[in-house]
Design a protein around this ligand. Structure first.
Ligand code: HEC
Length: 185
């Protein structure tokens, strides 16, 4: 039997609870959606030799931020980006998150981590996915000098540059409260 198929079968057998729970699936889908969305937007808005303006940003990571806010407001999700080389200091990885980033960096076959956590008395389904750097991201996350001026000005403590395509950029974590599962959110 193909090893990958066997591994998938073992995984599925080990996680019947997740297969049945809509909340976990919702968390997983939202994490995938945000990662794909940023990648698609970057590919469509970033063109070689085209100047990057604040408007361009609004169309890429800015639109992602708006979608994150929308999901948080309307679906009760908690969504967080974490990275060691942050641009927005709010996204600075904790020690726990840094360890997860390292795990994804070292194991490129690991696509997602699904688990459950307690936070302030609420139990959540949690989906965590890695975010990788692509060519289109380099316009704003590549060489230090190549960063658009508005980024240098707005983020004086910026560390989110110097990346190369294929590098791990960080993680996204989506949490869905368990007790509201099945309810209309
Ligand atoms: C047009 C410029 C631009 C492009 C292109 C861009 N980003 Fe960003 N990115 C930013 C800015 C500005 C922020 C900070 C947003 C904020 O204040 O929260 C950011 C923040 C992030 C964050 C949140 C973590 C942090 O450092 O604060 C991640 C993750 C991220 N970008 C990944 C990517 C990836 C992956 C791509 C390519 C698919 C990409 N970005 C393309 C400008 C860009």
């Amino acid at each position: 039997m193909d090893f990958k198929l066997l591994a998938a079968a073992v995984l599925l057998a080990a996680a019947p609870a997740y297969a049945e729970t809509g909340g976990m699936e919702e968390a997983s889908n939202a994490a995938a959606e945000i990662v794909d969305m940023r990648s698609t937007l970057a590919k469509s808005f970033i063109e070689p030799d085209k100047e990057i303006t604040p408007e361009t940003f609004k169309n890429v990571c800015g639109r992602v931020g708006a979608r994150v806010k929308e999901l948080s407001d309307t679906r009760g999700m908690k969504i967080r980006h974490a990275t060691e080389q942050f641009r927005n200091p709010a996204n600075k990885a904790t020690a726990e998150e840094a360890a997860i980033i390292k795990r994804f960096a070292e194991d490129r076959d690991l696509k997602e981590i699904l688990d459950e956590v307690d936070l302030d008395g609420t139990r959540y389904y949690r989906a965590t996915r890695p975010i990788f750097v692509e060519e289109a991201c380099l316009a704003c996350h590549g060489k230090a000098d190549a960063r658009p001026a508005f980024i240098k000005e707005k983020y004086p403590d910026d560390r989110a540059f110097g990346y190369r395509a294929g590098d791990i950029r960080g993680i996204i974590t989506v949490m869905v409260p368990e007790n509201t599962e099945g309810e209309k959110r």
